[in-house]
Design a protein around this ligand. Structure first.
Ligand code: NAP
Length: 335
């Protein structure tokens, strides 16, 4: 039987997820949706023949909705996740889980109090074949213990509401989660360096930024965040180990020799670069929900990422190295 899904937020990624659930994955269909932008949402409701609700809460409470996808603006995530837990419904919330560690903590506490894991966070890089190959290689011991990681996260241009703070809390949070997953450990310090800002970064945005993280075992990580790099959407990751290095592969692309140049295309945004990862993420989420389990990053992972992102924000504001204190993870989350 199809899992009946309600979608809250039908902007860029919300619409993409509705298309994915309807046309790409199996075992689920969208039955309800909601968005502040009523015209947009109503048009999509008509296109996909699903019910429009005025508020996200109505979607969550609707009897015909078995599970919820949250793809609205970041500051709204916490309220919709809390309402989904209260309604006892599985929920896949786009990253970040919430915009503060305090809100994430409340979500974790509510889930613990309910006694059942219901929340998955949309950290889809964990489902990307390149990152999975990196993880398998690290775990095989082929390059010895990882010592350093060099990462790059570039977007051609920021969205209209993008702020200096969001470069970490909305964007680098992907690296924070996937590196924590790759290395199997939490972080102990954060620092943020602000190089000369690009003249193309508008409205006072500080861009690029360099995030320096240190893991609990002492692995050193540098992440370049550059959201107005102009040339494309570019994600890189190199792991330096004791006996070798490994590098995240670029997605397969045709290599062209033409006009005296050797070239291949660079994607322009996340939706193409990680399309397979989103598809796998959603298929596994649906399959897991039908079995009554969360098959991906949990509320705890969302909380841990937010604690780290908050420390980075503090480090940027104070210009100092900030220690990261991770609370003890409950056995409920399997750690
Ligand atoms: P977007 O295009 O701006 O869409 C967000 C939509 O949510 C807009 O239509 C917005 O309406 C609506 N909205 C705002 N407040 C709402 C509320 N209280 N209830 C219902 N809808 C509300 O943004 P997006 O790029 O799709 O991003 C949406 C979320 O997905 C963000 O949290 C983002 O971090 C996440 N995301 C994740 C990835 C990933 O790689 N996993 C990629 C992209 C985005 P208005 O336009 O009227 O404000």
């Amino acid at each position: 039987m199809n899992l009946r899904i309600g979608v809250i937020g039908t902007g860029a990624i919300g619409e993409d997820h509705i298309r994915r659930i309807t046309n790409v994955i199996t075992g689920a269909r969208v039955v309800a949706l909601s968005d502040l932008n009523v015209n947009r949402a109503k048009n999509l409701a008509k296109k996909y023949d699903v019910k429009f609700y005025v508020t996200g809460e109505e979607v969550i409470e609707a009897a015909e909705v078995d599970a919820v996808v949250i793809a609205s603006w970041d500051p709204t995530h916490a309220q919709y996740v809390a309402a989904s837990i209260k309604a006892g419904k599985f929920v896949l919330c786009e990253k970040p889980l919430a915009t503060s560690k305090e809100d994430c903590k409340r979500i974790v506490e509510a889930e613990l109090a309910g006694g059942k894991q219901l929340v998955q966070v949309g950290f889809m890089r964990r489902f990307d074949s390149g990152y999975r190959q990196l993880k398998a290689c690290i775990e095989s011991g082929e390059i010895g213990n990882p010592l350093m990681l060099h990462c790059v996260h570039r977007n051609p241009t920021p969205g209209p509401k993008h702020t200096t703070e969001m470069s970490i809390k909305n964007s680098v949070i992907h690296e924070i989660d996937v590196l924590r997953w790759l290395l199997g450990e939490d972080f102990k310090t954060a620092q943020v360096l602000l190089p000369k800002s690009s003249s193309l970064a508008e409205n006072g945005l500080r861009d690029p930024q360099i995030v320096l993280l240190e893991t609990q075992s002492g692995v050193r990580i540098d992440i370049e965040s550059f959201v107005s790099c102009q040339y494309g959407y570019d994600v890189q990751c190199e792991v330096v180990g004791e006996t070798g290095t490994i590098r995240l592969p670029d997605p397969a692309a045709v290599v062209m020799r033409s006009h005296g140049k050797l070239s291949y295309e660079i994607f322009s945004d996340w939706s193409d670069r990680f399309v397979e990862a989103y598809n796998i993420e959603f298929q596994q989420w649906v399959d897991g929900v039908k079995l009554g389990v969360v098959a991906g990053p949990t509320a705890w992972d969302g909380y841990a990422a937010c604690i780290t992102a908050d420390a980075c924000t503090e480090a940027r504001e104070k210009g100092t190295i900030v220690p990261i204190t991770m609370p003890q993870c409950s056995a409920f989350y399997g750690r």
